[in-house]
Design a protein around this ligand. Structure first.
Ligand code: GUN
Length: 297
């Protein structure tokens, strides 16, 4: 069993990005600028956005964090997005999800200028991704592909079972794993909460991507020996032995499944740091594209 170390890989990729920013600035380019919108004070969202802002500083990016109280209206929030669209200094925009119930996330994402959609959530970005055209890839699936690439894990011809069909992880993951790229060319099964006989399917998987949002959902009896496990879950569960009273666990029972696996991502320190890499790479790409440099994923 080899641990897929997201902290290590992301540190390596971040060094590369940092150098690209230095080279870019030496050629007269400006610092990439990421603007993040955070509504309310969901502790998980606070932590994610905090990591993103901190990474910007580490990599020589500029960042702006716009915070709004949960009583902001959908119209007001869309107006804020439009201001960022019109702000020439801003290269990338992200709206941290989830949003309060009275605001349609779809409507807000639709308002983002696709050329600044560094989360890759806009229908234009998602459509281009589906068609295999250069675009911003959603940060988590993109980060997972970077991780597979870093460890030289060839998924071609392998059976990849994705658990969870969200627009931001499960569904795009199936597209990236199956397209004719390296890594790619996998045979993919998308499973979800209504899938029958899930364990029978996962036991045939060479690769499992767990993105269902349920702590410890994938157990040892659901995997075959030698499986590659990518755990996207970040779930906080109570743990009286911790000072904080809680700890983070993934969607996979790590202790039970790790001995059966050939590669496995831990939580924390697996997919999470790779998501940040995906976002940062997209933001640099956005800045370069805005300046007329033609680069694509
Ligand atoms: N909420 C959970 N994951 C993400 C993400 O990758 N981007 C944004 N904007 N919100 C999220």
């Amino acid at each position: 069993m080899e641990k897929l170390d997201g902290n290590l890989v992301s540190a390596h990729i971040k060094e590369q990005i940092k150098q690209e920013v230095i080279d870019w600035q030496e050629k007269g380019g400006k610092k990439p600028h990421l603007a993040a919108i955070l509504v309310g004070n969901n502790p998980a969202s606070e932590a994610y956005v905090g990591h993103k802002v901190k990474s910007c500083a580490e990599l020589g990016f500029e960042s702006t964090l716009l915070r709004f109280t949960p009583d902001i209206t959908e119209e007001q929030l869309i107006n804020e997005v439009k201001k960022l669209n019109d702000n020439d200094d801003v290269d990338g925009i992200l709206v941290q999800l989830p949003l309060p119930d009275h605001i349609s996330g779809d409507a807000v994402i639709l308002a983002i200028d696709p050329s600044k959609d560094v989360d890759g959530f806009h229908p234009i970005s998602q459509g281009k991704m589906m068609l295999g055209q250069p675009t911003f890839l959603p940060a988590t699936p993109y980060g997972i592909m970077l991780m597979l690439d870093h460890y030289n894990i060839d998924v071609a011809g392998k059976h990849c079972v994705v658990i969870g069909r969200s627009n931001i992880v499960g569904t795009p993951m199936t597209i990236l794993l199956s397209r004719n790229t390296k890594p790619g060319n996998a045979t993919v099964t998308l499973t979800h909460s209504r899938t029958k006989n899930l364990a029978e399917i996962t036991r045939t998987a060479d690769v499992i991507v767990a993105a269902i949002g349920k702590p410890g959902f994938v157990t040892a009896d659901m995997v075959k020996d030698g499986v590659i496990i990518i755990d996207v879950g970040i779930n906080r569960i109570s743990d009286a032995t911790k000072k904080s009273g809680s700890r983070l666990v993934g969607d996979v029972d790590y202790e039970g499944c790790a001995p059966h696996s050939s590669f496995i991502t831990p939580v924390p320190g697996g997919v999470g740091p790779m998501t940040i890499c995906g976002l940062m790479k997209n933001t640099l790409l956005a800045a370069m594209q805005k300046a007329g440099e033609i680069v694509g994923n």
